[in-house]
Design a protein around this ligand. Structure first.
Ligand code: SF4
Length: 223
């Protein structure tokens, strides 16, 4: 059975291999905390290029602040963010999230991100349309809090490299990283970004192991 030390070593080795192969990813691509929060909702089930187009529209109309977004009518917001896909759903989710930030913190992001991390995560998860991946992306990238973000790529890579079982869900995968790596927001942020890059380039449903930076690590690409 793998010990905590050996899992830590393996996770560190994966990180080093990915960083060596891909270099720093410079995530999250938003310039302000507001942009990161909005981006975390808009990126649900779509490629980042679509998010950039939607954010570009909001930005060029000077609507990419919490105050401006709160004032926007939901149907108008939906039109602005149309390039991000499922735009009516996302407009409703954004309005709910921004409404909660204004209600709970008066829109003060410093106050928000100085809250107790456990309470803040639980509270975010109670907001309409905020699931674990969105909540953790907000906490990690906008708040600088050391919480690990898990996505489908992360689960696939971990499964194929025998780090989690086939039925492991979000919480178990997140816990794998948080139990075995020191809490470091910068490193967690880079690690998640590198895993996304790995998933996009190599560890797709049909894996390209031959050219993958993790090809020498024991794996089974059929999992
Ligand atoms: S592509 Fe192959 S070697 Fe690379 S992470 Fe996926 S399973 Fe592992």
């Amino acid at each position: 059975m793998a010990t905590q030390n050996s899992i830590t070593q393996k996770l560190d080795a994966v990180y080093d291999a990915l960083l060596g192969a891909f270099g720093p990813q410079h995530w999250w691509p938003g310039e302000t905390r507001e942009e990161m929060i909005v981006g975390a909702v808009l990126t649900q089930n779509t490629a980042w290029a679509n998010v950039e187009r939607a954010m570009g529209r909001l930005k060029s109309a000077n609507q990419l602040t919490l105050a401006a977004l709160a004032d926007l009518d939901e149907s108008v917001l939906a039109e602005w963010i149309r390039p991000a896909g499922t735009y009516r759903v996302k407009a409703r989710r954004l309005k709910a999230l921004i409404g909660w930030i204004l209600e709970a913190f008066g829109g003060d992001l410093d106050a928000m991100f100085h809250s107790d991390p456990g309470w803040l995560r639980t509270s975010l998860l109670a907001v309409h349309g905020v699931g674990p991946e969105t909540a953790d992306a907000i906490l990690l990238y906008a708040g600088g809090m050391p919480t690990f973000v898990v996505d489908a790529y992360t689960r696939r890579v971990c499964r194929r490299h025998f780090l989690i079982g086939g039925d492991a869900g979000y919480a178990e995968t997140k816990s794998l990283f948080e139990r075995n790596l020191r809490p470091d927001a910068d490193r967690y942020g880079e690690y998640h970004a590198l895993l996304v890059e790995l998933g996009k380039r190599h560890c797709r449903v049909k894996a390209s192991c031959d050219t993958c930076p993790l090809r020498t690590d024991e794996h089974d690409a059929t999992l």
